[in-house]
Design a protein around this ligand. Structure first.
Ligand code: AMP
Length: 402
């Protein structure tokens, strides 16, 4: 903890960005309607109210699954000794080539839940897998997990995401690839250039499906799916299952095995939630600054609603000698990747982000999540605070309310 932080003199205006403003492209984005404070407060539900899923006890080990020996060795190297719930409950149907619907959040081990059986099958038979995810960071995270689980098997992947060089992606697609992991826009682009030949793919994985829909990707997904004329298996993972997703899910899956897993950590049990009301004579940024000077605030993820607010907040915190970085849609992919790495490695104390970082990202030991502005939806709130209090650790979430 840096104890030499100097007296802060920079100012960050909490009124600096009007959340109801049109976005920079002039599009009339979704109305930025903030959640009522009462509703936000009612989210600090007690643990006993939240547990609505039966407790499940994992009984198998990876040795019980008929996993090829070299893959078992890689699992051991990664210290995956026992499957997680979603891994145990999905292995047989994914291995059998059945469709699968997993209601599981990040942190439950869902990435390995689809990678292990698919890689295990691919050691014997060749087929191509297309994995579609909502964010670039999640795509890279899956690609990293894939590489560590396929080392030495002559099975290859390419990660195709927005914000990177198109020519390089075209080069990647000229090489042999068994797994393609990407975001909808870039995958659609590659398909339209006829570099990505969708009819070659037999397995489709849609990860963070609810988020894909939230982000307005249903058109891209429909056109990608339509091009997969030889699709034999679809695996769909979603943190939530909402009514408005049902029709599309029914269309995508044929007689799927459906598994809903416990989130692996009950947010309200592991995350202490507090709401901060800033008085008329107080400056919100000053309050934030004071909090960050506290030595407990070791690895802090701050969320704001707009890219502009994130940038301004980051700049002001840096001016106050707080090691801070930022992630949002206006940053290049390389910058986002490096910023996340610096945060994960503890080289910066604070990462300020838009909702880009709310879901999917697996960052260990985040001590605090701070909502500098109230998120737009309950879902967003739950995902944001779920970045802390993970893997058996306790976390704290603070939300500024006006
Ligand atoms: P995910 O839900 O896919 O984001 O995974 C969350 C974290 O769990 C990642 O850091 C994985 O490396 C880790 N993980 C996945 N499967 C296992 C396992 N069987 N044993 C231990 N850790 C695991």
């Amino acid at each position: 903890m840096n104890t030499t932080r100097k007296k802060r003199n920079a100012r960050f205006s909490s009124h600096g960005s009007n959340p109801r403003r049109r976005n920079s492209r002039g599009r009339n984005k979704r109305q930025r309607k903030e959640l009522p404070i009462d509703l936000m407060k009612s989210l600090s539900i007690q643990p006993e109210q939240e547990i609505d899923e039966d407790k499940y006890e994992v009984t198998k080990t990876f040795n019980d699954f008929g996993i090829h020996k070299p893959l078992r060795a890689l699992l051991q190297k990664k210290e995956y000794t026992q499957p997680t719930e979603i891994q145990e409950r999905s292995f047989d149907s994914i291995s059998a080539g059945d469709d699968f619907l997993g209601i599981a959040q990040t942190g439950t081990g869902k990435t390995a839940a689809f990678l292990i059986p698919l890689i295990n099958r691919m050691i014997q038979e060749r087929f191509k897998v297309l994995i579609i995810v909502p964010t670039r960071e999640l795509a890279e995270q899956i690609n990293t997990e894939f590489r560590s689980l396929s080392k030495g098997f002559n099975i290859f992947s390419a990660c195709l995401i927005g914000g990177t060089n198109v020519g390089r992606d075209l080069d990647k697609l000229r090489k042999k690839n068994d797994f393609i992991i990407g975001t909808p826009g870039r995958l659609t682009d590659m398909s339209q250039r006829r570099a990505l030949k969708l009819h070659e793919f037999e397995v489709l994985v849609l990860d963070e499906f609810d988020r894909l829909l939230d982000m307005g990707f249903s058109k891209d997904i429909n056109s990608l799916v339509a091009g997969m004329k030889n699709k034999k298996q679809t695996l769909l993972f979603s943190a939530t299952l909402e009514k408005n997703q049902k029709a599309l899910i029914d269309e995508l899956l044929t007689e799927p095995e459906v598994v809903k897993v416990h989130s692996g950590g009950n947010t309200t049990a592991t995350v202490e939630q507090k709401f901060i009301t800033v008085g008329e004579n107080q400056d919100k940024f000053d309050v934030l600054n004071q909090m960050l000077l506290n030595s407990d605030f070791d690895k802090v993820l701050i969320f704001a609603e707009t890219k502009r607010t994130v940038s301004r907040l980051c700049k002001s915190l840096k001016q106050n000698n707080i090691r801070t970085d930022e992630i949002h849609g206006d940053k290049t992919q390389n910058y986002r990747k490096q910023a996340l790495k610096r945060f994960k490695e503890g080289k910066v104390q604070v990462l300020v982000a838009t909702d880009v970082a709310a879901r999917g990202l697996d960052i260990t030991n985040v001590t605090h999540v701070i909502n500098y502005q109230i998120p737009q939806t309950v879902d967003s709130y739950i995902h944001r605070i779920g970045r802390t209090g993970r893997a058996g650790k306790k976390g704290k979430a603070f939300t500024f309310v006006n």
